[in-house]
Write a protein that binds this ligand. Structure first.
Ligand code: HEM
Length: 414
C-alpha cells in the first residue's frame, strides 16, 4: 500500500532547532493527496494521522499547521500573538500581495475595516435579496427541464459576480473581462506569478476614479467617498478595499454552494426535508457553513510563545486549515445544536472575521430556496465524479448532477 504523502520523510526546508522532530509531517497544502476528489478529506486524514494538535511541515518555506478546530478559531481571533501581515504561505507570496484590510493588524486595520462595516450592512443585504432571487430563479428555471447540468458553471458561477455588478451599478458586460470562477493558475504552479489580484484591481481602478469624481449611491461610490482618519480615502486605498470585497465575494460563495449541494445530493432525508419545508433552509445553511469551511489562511507568530506544549518562535508561520468540528454524528443540519457550539472559523474569527458573512449566508439561502423549489430531487451523475482543488481557497471545480425532469416544478420568477 502506498504511504500517504505526509508520512514521507520531511524535505524542502530543514526544520529549525525549536521544532521537535516528532512534530514534522510532510504536508504541501497545494498538493494534498486526494484533494482533487474532496479537498476537506486530506485535512481530516492528517488530523487523524498526526494525533497531535500542532504539526510542522518543511513545505512552502516551512510552517506550523494547527489541527484542532478550537485552536484554529483561537488563532484567527488572537491578533496580539498572531499577525495577519502575511496570510498565505510561502511567505514570499504573502509579501507580494499586501491588501488592505486583509493584511493589516490593529490599530491600522480598524481604520479600513470601518469603511467595510459601513458599506456591508444589513440594509445592503436586504436590498440585494430581490436581485439574488431573480438571478437564482432564472438560472434554475433555465436548467429545470434539462435533467442534468454541471452545477458550478451552469448555475452558480455567474451569480456572485452579477450580484456585485448590481450592487456596484456596473453593466454586467463590463465584468466579462474578469477572471472566471476557479481560474487560479497558482493551484497548478506555485512558482507562477498570480496575476489575479492585479487583474481585479486594474478593473476596479477606473471605476473608483470615476466614482470619486461622480459618486452615486452604489457600493463602490460609498467606498470611493469614505473617510479614513478624518480625511478622504485616497484612490489606492479605495481600490484595495474594493478589491478585497470583490475577490472575497466570488469563488468563496460558489465553492461553498458546491459543497452544500454535493452534501444534499448525497443526503436524501435532509434534501427532502428542506424541499418540503423551506423555513428550515436558513438553519441548514448555518449548520452546513460550520461543516464546510473552504479557506486555508495563515498567520505570522508575533512573539515567542508556547502552543499545545510546543515552542513557536517569532516570525514562524502557522497555517489554519479548513477543519470542522461538525460531522454526521452530530446530525446538526437540523440547525438546533449549532448555536450552542463554539465559534467556527468558516468566516474566520476576530477582527478580520468576514464582513460579507451575512450577505454570503443570505445568498446561499436564496440560491437553495430557488433551486429546491424547482429541482427538489437530484443526484450526483454517476458517470462523472465531482472534481475539486485544494489550496488557499478550496474549490469545487465541477459537480455534475442529474434528475428526472418530470420531478421538477415550474415556478415563475418573481
Ligand atoms: C461563503 C462565502 C465566504 C467565505 C467562506 C468567506 C471567508 C472569509 C474568511 C475566512 C475571511 C477571514 C480571512 C482572514 O482572517 O485572513 C474573510 C474575510 C473577508 N471577506 Fe469573506 N467569505 C465569504 C464571503 C464574502 C463576501 C460575500 C464578501 C463581500 C461581500 C466577503 C468579503 C471579505 C472581506 C473584505 C474580508 C477581509 C476582512 C478583513 O480583513 O477585515 N467575503 N472571508
Amino acid at each position: 500500500m502506498n504511504e500517504p504523502m505526509w508520512a514521507l520523510e520531511a524535505r524542502s526546508v530543514e526544520p529549525p532547532p525549536h521544532v521537535p522532530p516528532d512534530c514534522v509531517f510532510d504536508v504541501d497544502l497545494y498538493r494534498m493527496p486526494g484533494s482533487e476528489r474532496d479537498f476537506l478529506a486530506p485535512w481530516k486524514a492528517l488530523q487523524q494521522a498526526a494525533r497531535r494538535p500542532l504539526v510542522w511541515t518543511p513545505r512552502n518555506g516551512g510552517h506550523w499547521i494547527a489541527l484542532r478546530p478550537s485552536d484554529v478559531a483561537r488563532i484567527y481571533a488572537d491578533h496580539v500573538n498572531f499577525s495577519s501581515r502575511l496570510t498565505i504561505v510561502p511567505r514570499e507570496w504573502g509579501e507580494r500581495f499586501p491588501l488592505r484590510p486583509t493584511t493589516l493588524d490593529p490599530p491600522a486595520h480598524l481604520l479600513y475595516r470601518r469603511v467595510l462595516t459601513a458599506v456591508l450592512t444589513r440594509t445592503t443585504t436586504e436590498r440585494a435579496e430581490p436581485h439574488i432571487r431573480m438571478l437564482a430563479a432564472r438560472a434554475a428555471e433555465r436548467l429545470r427541464l434539462r435533467g442534468e447540468c454541471e452545477l458550478m458553471a451552469d448555475f452558480a458561477a455567474g451569480i456572485p459576480l452579477a450580484l456585485f455588478a448590481h450592487l456596484a451599478n456596473i453593466p454586467r458586460s463590463l465584468t466579462e473581462s474578469l477572471p472566471a470562477y476557479a481560474d487560479d493558475p497558482r493551484a497548478d504552479d506555485p512558482s507562477a506569478a498570480p496575476p489575479m489580484m492585479e487583474r481585479f484591481a486594474r478593473f476596479l481602478r477606473g471605476i473608483i476614479a470615476e466614482r470619486r469624481a461622480h459618486p452615486g449611491e452604489d457600493l463602490l461610490s460609498r467606498i470611493a467617498t469614505s473617510t479614513v482618519e478624518d480625511r478622504p480615502i485616497d484612490e489606492d486605498e479605495a481600490v484595495e478595499l474594493a478589491t478585497a470585497v470583490l475577490t472575497g465575494s466570488l469563488d468563496t460563495v460558489v465553492s461553498t454552494w458546491g459543497l452544500m449541494i454535493l452534501h444534499l445530493a448525497r443526503t436524501e432525508a435532509l434534501r427532502r426535508r428542506l424541499a418540503a419545508d423551506p423555513s428550515a433552509i436558513p438553519g441548514a445553511i448555518a449548520a452546513m457553513l460550520r461543516r464546510f469551511p473552504i479557506m486555508t489562511k495563515a498567520r505570522v507568530v508575533r512573539h515567542d510563545q508556547d502552543l499545545e506544549g510546543v515552542r513557536m518562535r517569532a516570525g514562524d508561520m502557522v497555517v489554519l486549515p479548513p477543519l470542522s468540528d461538525a460531522d454526521d454524528a452530530h446530525g446538526d443540519e437540523a440547525g438546533c445544536p449549532v448555536a450552542r457550539r463554539a465559534p467556527h472559523s468558516t468566516f474566520g474569527n476576530g477582527v478580520h472575521r468576514c464582513p460579507g458573512a451575512s450577505l454570503a449566508q443570505r445568498e446561499l439561502e436564496i440560491m437553495l430556496e430557488e433551486w429546491l423549489a424547482r429541482v427538489p430531487e437530484f443526484a450526483v451523475d454517476p458517470r462523472q465524479a465531482p472534481r475539486m482543488r485544494g489550496g488557499v481557497l478550496g474549490t469545487v471545480l465541477a459537480l455534475h448532477l442529474r434528475w428526472d425532469p418530470s420531478s421538477t416544478r415550474s415556478v415563475t420568477p418573481a
